[in-house]
Design a protein around this ligand. Structure first.
Ligand SMILES: NC(=O)c1ccc[n+]([C@@H]2O[C@H](COP(=O)([O-])OP(=O)(O)OC[C@H]3O[C@@H](n4cnc5c(N)ncnc54)[C@H](O)[C@@H]3O)[C@@H](O)[C@H]2O)c1
Length: 251
């Protein structure tokens, strides 16, 4: 693997699982030092990083809490002395129900993790990435950030918010050398989706049939999209919401 991120440092939130885990490994195997920032234990991902010959740390962090994000970014700087990439990916699927039945608590939880969490991460990452004069931020939105889905009011609102917030950040940083983009995955086989499928192969088949490519995505495929948006291969791309969904939203 070409070490295109050698000597660079990347924070990957939600790095303990799914898309975040694959992205952590994709960055580490390209030479980046990786910070796995997650509410759940990230040591299993860290072992995979080491196995791939990479270097990293796990820092426990709830991205919805200002003080925890601030401290996670400070620990990153104390450990590695710099920051080049913010991969703001932690998220929750929230509760699926008609919007009039959604509780205030469930609305707040989804918005606080999926939207406020991305803002907090950028707020504390940006001053450090600015010191490098170059860098990239990739925020994980969703196809639910570009189209609506019934019974997913908080999730869809949070992900549309991520796309908007990404555009604002891209404009604010456009002249600084920092590019800010969003990735919008379709249905990707991760623990989040496995929870939704409940282990039922019939539901899995039904989902796959709704996707023009006829299959769900793999977390590694989203990781590669995030690598692209972080690398010089996308040097003129900023403020973009890149859909990677097997053709779902163009139907
Ligand atoms: N899997 C899909 O089909 C799909 C599709 C579109 C978008 N996404 C988005 O991709 C991202 C990753 O999802 P995934 O499918 O890998 O799910 P996942 O459940 O496998 O991983 C999500 C990770 O985020 C962490 N997390 C959740 N809340 C957190 C918090 N408050 N603070 C810190 N970490 C927290 C979890 O502990 C977990 O490790 C999410 O933002 C999700 O909305 C996923």
């Amino acid at each position: 693997m070409e070490k295109i991120f050698q000597d660079k440092v990347a924070i990957i939130t939600g790095g303990a699982s799914g898309i975040g885990r694959s992205t952590t490994i994709a960055f580490a195997s390209r030479g980046a030092k990786v910070v796995i920032a997650d509410m759940q234990d990230g040591r299993e991902t860290l072992e995979l990083v080491m196995k791939a010959g990479g270097e990293g740390v796990y820092i426990r962090c709830d991205v919805s809490q200002d003080s925890e994000v601030k401290s996670m970014v400070e620990k990153t700087i104390q450990t590695y002395g710099r920051l080049d990439f913010g991969i703001n990916n932690a998220g929750t699927e929230g509760v699926q129900t008609p919007l009039q039945d959604l509780s205030e608590k469930d609305w707040d939880k989804t918005i606080n993790i999926n939207l406020k969490g991305i803002w907090l991460c950028m707020k504390y990452e940006i001053p450090h990435i600015l010191q490098q004069g170059k860098g990239a931020i990739v925020n994980t939105a969703s196809i639910a950030g570009v189209v609506g889905f019934a019974n997913m009011a908080a999730y869809v609102s949070s992900k549309h918010g991520v796309v908007g917030l990404t555009k604002v950040a891209a404009l604010e940083l456009a002249k600084t050398g920092i590019r800010v983009n969003a990735v919008c995955p379709g249905v990707i086989m991760t623990p989040m989706v496995q929870r939704g499928l409940g282990g039922d192969p019939e539901i899995e088949k039904a989902y796959s049939n709704m996707i023009p490519m006829g299959r769900m995505g793999k977390p590694e495929e989203i990781a590669e999209t995030i690598v692209y948006l972080s690398s010089d291969a996308s040097s003129y791309v900023t403020g973009h919401a890149l859909v990677a969904d097997g053709g779902w939203v163009v139907q």
